[in-house]
Every structure is written in C-alpha cells, then in structure tokens.
Design a protein around this ligand. Structure first.
Ligand code: GRF
Length: 197
C-alpha cells in the first residue's frame, strides 16, 4: 500500500506542487490532503487542480490559543489518515503536542543550510554574514524549531550583488529538486542525508 502523504501550506505552495507532481508521476507515495492555516492561500486551488483534497482552517479566530487551532487542524489531517506529514511553506509554529503526534514522520523544508539560520529572514542573514553559499534543508520536525535530524540539503553559491530576493529565487529552485527526492527516500525508509550540489 502506497504511503499516504498530507502537506501543510500557508501560501503559494510551490513546494507542495512539486511534491504532489512527483508523487503522481512516480507513484512512490499518494498525496491525500493539502491543508492550510489560511483559506486564501493560493496553493489550495493549485492542489485542487491537481486533484488533491484540500482543507483550510483559519488560525486567526483562535488568537494565541495554538492548541485550539491545532485541534481543528487535526480533524481533516486525521481523517486523511496520513503516514507522513510534510510542512511546505507552512508558517505557523506547532506545539510539542502536535509535533509529538507525528514524531518521526513529519518533514519540513527550511531555506537555509541548517543548523545555520533557523527561523526567519535566512537569506538576508547569510548575505549580512558575508557567507559564500546558502541553500535549503529538509529535516525531520521535532519540538525545537528548525532543529530536527537533517534528511537532505542543497547548496547554492551566493553571487556578487545578490539580494535576499535573487538568492531566495535560486534557493527555491533547489528546494523544488530536494524535497521530492528526500520524500521519496523517506517513504522508502532511507534516512541518510541526501546532499545536492
Ligand atoms: C520557501 O522558501 C520555503 O523554504 C519556505 O517558504 C517559502 C515558500 O514556499 N518555508 P512555498 O512556495 O509556499 O512552497
């Protein structure tokens, strides 16, 4: 039975699209749900066009009550019975309780070469530090933000004159290569990090 994969997004969902397209083309897993914390996320319509069931739970009415928001978000997720949960441009911090429910089977893609630059504004921080390279990381999600075991990385040379925007655009291309390749390995039980140039 093909592994069932649910994907959480907050915005455009470009990584989600590549994950779904890779699963549909290769058959290594089955996308069973795309859910968002923002009902206006444009990725939701992209998922629907790809034939993937969607759900949207607006986090704003819940205010600072993360547990209440997550209790609602869990409903469509648990109904989809995923084996693996992929965060793909999902911009809400999840509680340890939520993360614990998917321990060892929740992945995230982060736009830096972790452990450098967890958190936000990763590209500007790499530029400000004068780094020679940037990149992206797929890691297992643990209760500590952007900190779990690394499953894959792709490196991108920083070019003279790069801005956070130009660098982000080049890193995003590598994210789209890395995430599907890592997910395919992950569902096959492979955990050794995949390192792309
Ligand atoms: C990407 O840079 C991803 O690394 C970060 O959110 C950005 C947008 O992702 N988490 P997507 O286009 O919504 O997949």
């Amino acid at each position: 039975m093909s592994k069932r994969v649910a994907i959480l997004i907050s915005g455009g969902g470009s990584n989600m699209v590549r994950l779904v397209e890779a699963m549909q083309a290769d058959g290594f897993a089955t996308p069973v749900l795309v859910a968002s914390n923002d009902p206006a996320a444009s990725g939701l319509s992209k998922a629907a066009q790809l034939g993937v069931p969607t759900a949207a739970i607006d986090h704003r009415p819940f205010g600072r009550d993360r547990a209440a928001f997550e209790a609602e978000l869990l409903k469509p997720i648990l109904a989809a019975e995923p084996d693996v949960l992929c965060l793909a441009g999902f911009m809400r911090v999840l509680t340890p309780d939520f993360v614990g429910r998917f321990a060892g089977r929740m992945l995230n893609i982060h736009p830096s070469l972790l452990p450098k630059y967890p958190g936000l504004h990763t590209h500007q921080r790499a530029l400000d530090a004068g780094d020679a390279e940037a990149g992206c990381t797929v890691h297992e999600v643990t209760p500590v933000l952007d900190d779990g075991p690394i499953l894959g990385q792709a490196r991108v040379a920083i070019a003279p004159g790069d801005t956070a925007e130009t660098l982000a655009a080049r890193v995003l291309v590598q994210e789209h290569r890395l995430y599907p390749a890592v997910l395919k390995r992950f569902v096959a039980g492979e955990r050794g990090p995949l390192l792309l140039g």
